[in-house]
Ligand binder design. Structure first.
Ligand SMILES: [Ca+2]
Ligand SMILES: [Ca+2]
Length: 387
């Protein structure tokens, strides 16, 4: 009874007409079900890694890649470094982000770097195309040139020294100076191979110091130390120290001083007659520097009544005395008391700069400051000793 009723009921409720009327609803439900359970797609193949195409062993280099995920999932990337080593997965970043990781190689050779991506659901991409890096053995920079700079100076005044270094691999180089007084400079900033590096230093006590330079390349390899450049540093505690400095050209300016009569004789102190601090005329030129650009110092260890006349002569080299940027500084018992700059006027054939007169009894300095074709006082001929 129940069974019969059931069949009858079924026939009546689920005839074909009813079934077709439900079909669009069934199809829609199936579509929604399929959409929500859609298969996850892995990220696309990452871009070919980018980074340096050459480098040195045991140095870290950074490489980047990115990958899109078709579902817009976050992605992580890892790199295969071509030396049997594969990086850990990076952290997850939004689809398409640039992701960078670093690696160093311990041996020389050419290595192919590839990248792989995975999405948040763990689906992995194919490996990317390879990017080649050549790992070379770094060669140390060449030993720098001997520093160039002044060969004499005054205590507590800064002097600039220049050195050059080249690197066989054309790496950028940094230079440092050993100042010869126990002090070594910081490393300079990195400059292209072969650039001049200039650093300054002052010395606090008199003496002769030997300055040398060392180079370092970007990979950290250091050169040997250069040949030394000597600088004689003098104290300024003498009654008078007269410092002459100038720019690079002309290469040879000379300091000259004429003394008053000392024990019956006048003296002309210059490169050919350098005088003495301990004997007559108690006046000395510290150095005759014809290869670099000063400074030259004239020291008076005692003064005598009468007039000292100081002048500068352009002896040889290009350029002119009036474009030399020559400067004369007068120190009295350690203190700078007066300084002179060469007048910037057309020099013509005038190669002398008359700078000042000094009264040996009173210490009065009278500026002359004129450019002339003749020296301020006559050459003393055979009276000059030690020529
Ligand atoms: Ca995905
Ligand atoms: Ca190198």
């Amino acid at each position: 009874m129940d069974f019969l009723f059931g069949r009858k009921y079924f026939r009546r409720r689920y005839n074909m007409k009813t079934f077709f009327s439900f079909l669009p609803i069934l199809a829609l439900s199936l579509g929604i079900t399929l959409l929500s359970c859609q298969k996850n797609n892995p990220p696309d193949k990452p871009n070919t890694p980018s980074g340096p195409n050459s480098g040195y062993a045991n140095t870290l280099y950074s490489f980047s890649s990115s990958a899109q995920d078709p579902n817009g999932d976050s992605v992580a990337i890892r790199f295969s470094w071509g030396d049997g080593d594969t990086s850990d997965w990076s952290s997850f970043r939004p689809s398409g982000s640039t992701i960078s990781l670093s690696h160093s190689w311990s041996d020389t050779g050419t290595y192919l770097i590839t990248a792989q991506a995975k999405d948040k659901k763990g689906a992995k991409s194919e490996w990317s195309s390879g990017f080649a890096i050549q790992i070379r053995r770094n060669q140390s920079p060449n030993t720098p040139s001997s520093p160039s700079g002044p060969t004499s100076g005054i205590i507590n005044i800064s002097y600039t020294f220049t050195a050059y270094a080249t690197d066989p691999d054309s790496d950028s180089v940094s230079i440092r100076f050993d100042w010869g007084d126990g002090d070594t400079s910081e490393w300079s900033s990195y400059l292209p191979s072969g650039s001049a590096v200039a650093l300054s230093h002052s010395w606090s006590s008199p003496g002769t110091y030997y300055v040398k330079a060392q180079a370092k390349d970007v990979a950290g390899a250091t050169s040997g130390w250069s040949e030394e450049h000597g600088i004689r540093i003098i104290a300024t505690t003498y009654p008078y120290t007269i410092a002459l400095t100038w720019a690079k050209d002309p290469r040879d300016l000379d300091a000259h001083i004429w003394t008053p009569e000392i024990q019956g004789e006048e003296y002309h102190i210059y490169f050919a007659n350098q005088g003495s601090l301990n004997n007559v005329p108690y006046c000395s030129l510290d150095v005759d520097d014809i290869t670099s650009y000063g400074p030259e110092h004239i020291i008076l260890s005692q003064t005598f009544p009468g007039t000292y006349t100081y002048a500068v002569h352009h002896f040889s080299g290009d350029s002119t005395i009036t474009t030399s940027r020559a400067k004369v500084e007068v120190y009295h018992l350690g203190n700078l008391v007066q300084s002179f700059e060469v007048p910037r006027v057309p020099s013509g054939y005038r190669w002398w700069w008359h700078v000042f007169n000094l009264d040996g009894a009173t210490g009065t300095i009278t500026p002359l400051n004129q450019i002339d074709s003749l020296p301020p006082r006559p050459w003393l001929g055979e009276k000059e000793k030690n020529r």
